[in-house]
Design a protein around this ligand. Sequence first.
Ligand SMILES: NC(=O)c1ccc[n+]([C@@H]2O[C@H](COP(=O)([O-])OP(=O)(O)OC[C@H]3O[C@@H](n4cnc5c(N)ncnc54)[C@H](OP(=O)(O)O)[C@@H]3O)[C@@H](O)[C@H]2O)c1
Length: 303
Amino acid sequence: MRAVSFSAFGGPEVLEIIDAPVPEPGPGRIRIAVAAAGVNPYDWKLRRGLMGGEPPRRVGLEVAGHVDALGEGVTDVRVGDTVYGFAIGGGAADYTLSAHYARIPAGLDLITAAGLPVALETAFRVLDLVGIGAEGSAGQTLLIHGASGAVGQSAVQIARARGARVIGTGSVANHGRLEALGAEPVAYGEGLLGRVREMTDGRGVDAAVDAAGGGVLGDLVALTGDPARVVTIADFDGAGDHGVTASGQNSAFYGLTAVAELLDRRAYRPPAVEVHPLAEVATAQARSEAGHLGAVKLVLSLD
Ligand SMILES: NC(=O)c1ccc[n+]([C@@H]2O[C@H](COP(=O)([O-])OP(=O)(O)OC[C@H]3O[C@@H](n4cnc5c(N)ncnc54)[C@H](OP(=O)(O)O)[C@@H]3O)[C@@H](O)[C@H]2O)c1
């Protein structure tokens, strides 16, 4: 089968499509015949050597496809079901293993679904961590830095569904998309603190999520007045300096099924996808690394 690998850290040119053995699912795991795999900033960070580990490494965190084989003890899906979830050992491949997956909710095609597991899990996780959705949190104001990104767009919509007022940063070109999702857009960069204070009549916000990095944690702590109500997924160095939680451990897998109810009542709209064939994995990763994707999600097609 085809798989994407790199044998030295570096730029997109180190990526190779290799011939690899089809993996066998152990207990509690399934094998997925991959239809499409999402591209995440993690993929290029791994390739640059920023996430630790040693090459050779495979890439691809999330996939959608058909269940192809069941490991011992798996009873929640059958061979042939369409599922999406987290890949073990590299999802940008014809087949991958998964221990965290769900049936694809009605209304989502395979390509769109492939780009959602990371964003959904992360968004549900960070909102839980900052207390948006906790008892009594309805009506609170949440600031999402990086609201126009894949994680940000999911977090905006889930937070709105949980009753929050959401202010979201993004490039001006993406402000229309943010408004359509129910957020009040604001430009990032110099003066963010003042702009958000103005939008909140000087009160600041109740909670904040940093899904973009770039050194805003001081501002987010100032706006919430409490580092315990700020979480970052993109600035692990800054988190220590500001007493803020940095979250990197996947845990909110329930998001893969919880989104179904939001989709049913049209409270969740996935981002538009930009699809590349597997052969263009280097181009897709370079796009992710360059940033400013125009609010689209990058997906590799395994056709
Ligand atoms: N720790 C975890 O568990 C975890 C999980 C998932 C993702 N992440 C991290 O979270 C971040 C977002 O991931 P994603 O998939 O949502 O990425 P993405 O779709 O590429 O979105 C990136 C976001 O960052 C914004 N941005 C780009 N340059 C910026 C700048 N100079 N200043 C402020 N904002 C800027 C973008 O805004 P515009 O496009 O509007 O300019 C966009 O909102 C990445 O760093 C990723 O590695 C961490």
